[in-house]
Design a protein around this ligand. Structure first.
Ligand code: FES
Length: 83
């Protein structure tokens, strides 16, 4: 099981949910999102450390170092930062 650390907010276990966003929702984090489909960019966060895998095609183009929590799952323990 991978651990997701949200800088300044706390930690959450990833336990096979569809996406990081879903796991963070279940953990009670108030994460930004809108479409949940990789289009809007509202869920973009900075990946501080760790590795993630993309789980769906995304229309929104992230900046270097950013990931979409609605469209990724953690492969290792990860640390992310809200932007
Ligand atoms: S919620 Fe829209 S891109 Fe993730």
């Amino acid at each position: 099981m991978a651990k997701i650390t949200v800088l300044g907010q706390g930690e959450c276990e990833f336990d096979g949910q569809f996406s990081m966003l879903e796991a963070l929702d279940e953990c009670g984090f108030d994460m930004p999102y809108s479409c949940r489909g990789g289009s809007c960019g509202a869920c973009a966060v900075r990946l501080v450390s760790g590795e993630v895998e993309k789980i769906q095609d995304t229309a929104y183009e992230t900046q270097p170092g950013e990931i979409l929590t609605c469209s990724t799952i953690p492969l290792t323990d990860v640390t992310i930062e809200l932007i």
